[in-house]
Design a protein around this ligand. Sequence first.
Ligand code: HEC
Ligand code: HEC
Length: 404
Amino acid sequence: MIRALATVLALIAPAALAGDYGTALPAPISAETCPADPESWTKAALERSLTAQLGLPLVPHPADNPPTEAKIELGRKLFFDRRLSINRTMSCAMCHVPEQGFANWELATAIGVEGRSVKRNAPSVINVGFLTPLFHDGRDPALETQFVAPLVARNEMANPSIGHVVAELNRLPDYRRLFDAAFAAPASLDRIGQAFGAYQRSLTLGNSAFDRWYYGGDETALDAAAQRGFALFSGTAGCASCHVIETDHALFTDQAFHDTGYGRMREERRQNPPASHPVQVAPGVVHQVDFSRIRSVSAPREADLGRYEVTEDPADRWTFRTPGLRNLAVTAPYMHDGALTTLGDVLEFYNAGGAGHPGQDARIRPLGLSPDELADIQAFLMALTSEGLDCLVAEARSHPPDNF
Ligand code: HEC
Ligand code: HEC
């Protein structure tokens, strides 16, 4: 019951903000258009990890973890294996769902084993190989170590310790061949991290309509609205000062932490919740439910101080890492707590000048953009969707999940 309600609340929260209960989710990304051979898909994945794609630099691999097909194969299996959680119910891929852009469209904030709430939105792991540090608050430097956090977090996969996971993997006979092939050695903390790193760095995709136009010189690749949107994004709207576009590639992030006003706005709402909350019980059927009734059955929402939680430096309060903006079309909902359902909601937030708090970054200021201009920026953001998402899904699903 608690789990069910937590799910309903997570689902409704974005709609409540947007005041729009009819937002339909897009069709999940289908693997059918790019069939993957279960025996040889790792070849394409390795090649993607080692080749710079249009609009992207080479994905950086740590010197002590060069990618190999065997590591990628092992990393994929680990990513989809529910046996990696304490009660064998939850895999990494259940929060980072391939068909949903390796993010989760249905939940504003993630839900771990036994329905336990996580306070943040699960970001996409597509192109995560370029990001450092990791997490919305940057609390981990590398993919080789990041995986420990979800495996042992009580509200994610809830293992009692990381040693427990290593011992489990060494007990499972189907892993022996894979660890041997990848490392000629049994499972260990470092080797698990290397496999996760190699697999996730293979989830690298550039080649969007924008890339073909801007970096590829194809004048027909981007329509007029998206071109106008690009001019605003990199010009008067000032977006590109944080969501950076370089001359030969674009990650759309400066990998730095900023106070957009959003974190503090959400904290104020957490402290002063509205007396009642709209709850959607069926598509389009919404009841106003008294907030005290909701509170009596759900976990209280935790405060989120962003980067401050890592540094305890007051200047870092409510700052979050700038997210890259590629493939936004398949990674809704948005922001660190997923409370903005649509790109339209995000653009409205920016156009209004964020929350207008005194400590907010000076670049977040009322923009005075017209509805047409906002639509143009949105068209530009939609044009950052990569070709080949279907192939990542096909590779991810090239083997049935380990679910026994
Ligand atoms: C219960 C849902 C859940 C599970 C299970 C889960 N994640 Fe995540 N993941 C999240 C959330 C939420 C975040 C953001 C957390 C934060 O910033 O504090 C995240 C962040 C990440 C990031 C950082 C992305 C970025 O943009 O910095 C990576 C990489 C990642 N997860 C990989 C994994 C791997 C590998 C596993 C399995 C070992 C896993 N996740 C399991 C929900 C989950
Ligand atoms: C001062 C730096 C800065 C500027 C300027 C800026 N952003 Fe952001 N942007 C951020 C940060 C930081 C976040 C994450 C906020 C959070 O999660 O709380 C973000 C989040 C976003 C997101 C949500 C992405 C996701 O995956 O959740 C979108 C979309 C976005 N910005 C677009 C824009 C646009 C469009 C503009 C210009 C109108 C812009 N940004 C200007 C720093 C900036």
